[in-house]
Design a protein around this ligand. Structure first.
Ligand code: GLP
Length: 268
């Protein structure tokens, strides 16, 4: 894992945006599949990507997108559905075709059939090229709560009480937070070719410590990412505060930057 620690949410957002931007520009207009996450942690990254679209000609016209998850029971036009949230937060401000922003249908009549359809739709689209992820306080990624299978596919997930409490801030009361969600599985997420995980704030410090330095275990679902060959974890100082090997991560980052500079230096 590449670990990047920055001193503000804006700097974290810029580091995440740099990585997405690089993948988009490298594709040179060829079709590309983005994996998008809701939640507040990726917000500064989306703001930065919108700014680059507006000011630097970064285009999403050749992209399609798949969301990680959706609440069971909420239709796409419910204000707090993730389908509506990602549009409000990001996609409607850039030039991606709205019909190509996909998410599980929260109000599908048969949720079990819907999760199978969604998992297959991601594969049929050729898989995700670059996936943005957040992480929950209990270590969940998407809505994969502790003790779920580390190889799971897209599934209906019972939400942990701590997740319901954390997400109650978006609803009028805790009672209105759906008890179930449809979530890409850990096995599904692991198939993304590149992953950029973002975490902000002291609340996430324990989850980040386990994610980066803990043992791989179903207790901390995000730890499965240690088995992925291309993961970047971008965090602020508060979320990094429990990491033991911070100096080493800074050394590794300087080394990557030196090698990058050598690669881009003109040949003599
Ligand atoms: C939700 C989402 C996750 C997200 C997590 C953290 O439960 N399903 O995808 O990563 O919350 O969200 P936040 O970034 O708002 O702390």
């Amino acid at each position: 894992m590449d670990i990047i620690i920055r001193d503000s949410p804006q700097a974290v957002g810029a580091a995440v945006a740099d990585r997405i931007d690089a993948v988009i520009r490298a594709a040179q207009g060829a079709p590309l599949t983005l994996g998008l996450a809701t939640g507040s942690s990726p917000e500064p990254a989306y703001e930065e990507l919108i700014r680059r679209f507006q000011e630097q000609g970064l285009s999403f016209a050749h992209c399609q997108a798949f969301l990680l998850d959706e609440y069971v029971g909420l239709s796409a036009d419910h204000e707090q559905s993730y389908a509506a949230t990602i549009r409000r937060m990001f996609t409607r401000h850039v030039d991606i075709d709205d019909a190509k922003v996909h998410s599980p249908q929260g109000d599908a009549q048969d949720p079990e059939q819907e999760v199978r359809r969604y998992d297959a739709a991601i594969s049929d689209a050729g898989g995700v090229d670059v996936q943005i992820l957040g992480i929950g306080r209990n270590g969940h990624i998407a809505f994969n709560e502790p003790t779920g299978s580390l190889a799971s596919r897209t599934h209906v997930q019972v939400l942990a009480q701590s997740t319901v409490e954390a997400n109650a801030r978006f609803f009028a009361s805790e009672d209105e937070v759906p008890s179930h969600a449809m979530s890409q599985g850990l096995g599904t997420i692991m198939e993304a070719r590149k992953i950029v995980l973002v975490a902000l704030g002291e609340d996430k410090a324990e989850a980040v410590k386990e994610l980066v330095e803990g043992a791989v275990s179903a207790r901390w679902p995000g730890t499965i990412l240690q088995h992925h060959p291309d993961v970047t974890v971008v965090v602020d100082e508060a979320a990094a505060s429990l990491l033991e090997l911070r100096d080493f991560y800074a050394t590794l980052e300087r080394d990557r930057q030196d090698r990058q500079a050598e690669l881009s230096a003109p040949a003599h």
